[in-house]
Unconditional design. Structure first.
Length: 128
């Protein structure tokens, strides 16, 4: 039998190139990245399986279970008294704010009148 090549591509110019160190490094890098991804996927479920008591940051499970949550508020007569109290407190605050604004406006008006009065007095003094 004659010497037969294993690949026809080796005999054709430009179709075959020898593997360089760079090609081997790229292949190793790709294998490493693939292995890292698989390793990360395997570790995620394990982290979820860990008991909560191992980590100090996780806290007590009892405390987490007893954490306050928003509960539905009652309706009807049970709710009317607190609603009235809240509404009256809000209304009283609005009245107080409005009264303060009126007082400030009155003070500013008086100050403006006093300033105008002084200006008129100066003009009269100049005319004399």
């Amino acid at each position: 039998m004659a010497d037969r090549p294993t690949s026809i591509a080796k005999s054709v110019d430009g179709l075959h190139h020898e593997e360089s160190a760079l090609d081997r490094a790229r292949a190793l890098r790709d294998q490493f990245v693939h292995a890292q991804e698989q390793n990360n996927e395997k570790q995620k479920p394990r982290e979820a399986e860990k008991p909560h008591g191992e980590s100090e940051k996780s806290g007590s499970q009892m405390v987490k279970d007893d954490a306050p949550v928003l509960r539905p508020t009652p309706s009807g007569p049970m709710r009317q008294a607190p609603d009235r109290q809240i509404a009256s407190a809000k209304l009283a605050k609005e009245h107080n704010d409005a009264a303060e604004k009126l007082q400030q406006a009155e003070k500013m008006r008086e100050a403006f009148k006093a300033q105008q009065q002084r200006t008129h007095d100066h003009e009269r003094d100049r005319e004399r």
